[in-house]
Design a protein around this ligand. Structure first.
Ligand code: PGA
Length: 256
């Protein structure tokens, strides 16, 4: 049995004051929620304040990106050990906005994912096709390339540790557009990803890894999406910026 994992990806939103106000509300309402793992991914500037505010709750804090190197002459970058030092326990890598606007490659995403796990943190590896790729019938081949390159540097994966690896399937055409993949469209790709995890490592690992769906998840569609067999939670952008919407999505994950 996989525990669903719902993470709010705040992207470039919220001041420190706004971020701490939002997590105060989440902590009050979800601090002891059972049956669902919950996380938030604030900006780096707000991360430490959010960690501090969430002390004593089970809500995890994630970073939205990192570098694969530990330290050195990498102006503007932050490493997994430093994120751990700041209290983060998860890092998102390979988000489509990173791939599209900041030149992140699947190979680089793999190096980041391995560095995050090596630092003892959990990693959320994002994959997903563009609209042109879907329309061209290339969804599974694009996802396959991103997934296999993103996992290549992670040589072994122990089923007992597989809960620290999460894959987020986020079709690019569904991100921030209000257009969600249908449960059947998402399930098809999630099942494919699970099958590829089994061939990359083994069936026990494939059964243990959580696969989140992301792309215009909202209270009205969360439960049907997460009721699909291979959808184990959500990576939520826009709807995670409002406490009521995000809380409703977490509760939908519990019901699903
Ligand atoms: P969205 O973003 O929920 O606003 O579509 C999801 C994401 O980019 O992780």
């Amino acid at each position: 049995m996989r525990t669903p994992f719902v993470v709010g990806n705040w992207k470039l939103n919220k001041s420190i004051a706004e971020a701490t106000a939002l997590v105060t509300e989440l902590k009050n309402q979800l601090g002891t929620v059972k049956g669902v793992q919950v996380g938030v991914a604030p900006t780096l500037v707000a991360l430490s304040s959010v960690v501090k505010r969430l002390e004593g709750s089970s809500i995890a804090v994630a970073a939205q990106n990192c570098h694969w190197e530990t330290s050195g002459a990498w102006t503007g970058e932050v490493s997994p050990p430093l994120l751990a030092d700041a209290g983060a326990t998860w890092v998102i890598v390979g988000h489509s906005e990173r791939r599209q606007f900041f030149g992140d490659t699947s190979e680089g995403v793999g190096k980041k994912a391995a560095a995050v796990l090596a630092a003892g943190l959990g990693v959320i590896v994002c994959v997903g096709e563009s609209l042109a790729e879907r329309d061209g019938g290339r969804t599974l081949s694009v996802v396959d390339e991103q997934l296999m390159a993103g996992l290549a540097p992670i040589e072994t994966m122990d089923p007992a540790k597989a809960a620290k690896l999460v894959i987020a399937y986020e079709p690019v055409w569904a991100i921030g557009t209000g257009r969600t993949a249908t449960p059947a469209q998402a399930q098809e790709v999630h099942a494919y990803i699970r099958q590829r995890l089994a061939s990359r490592w083994n069936a026990a690992v494939a059964e243990a890894v959580r696969i989140q769906y992301g792309g215009s998840v909202k209270p009205s569609n969360a439960e049907t999406l997460m009721s699909e067999k291979d959808i184990d939670g959500a990576l939520v952008g826009g709807a995670s910026l409002e406490a009521a919407d995000f809380i409703a999505i977490v509760k939908a994950a519990r019901s699903a």
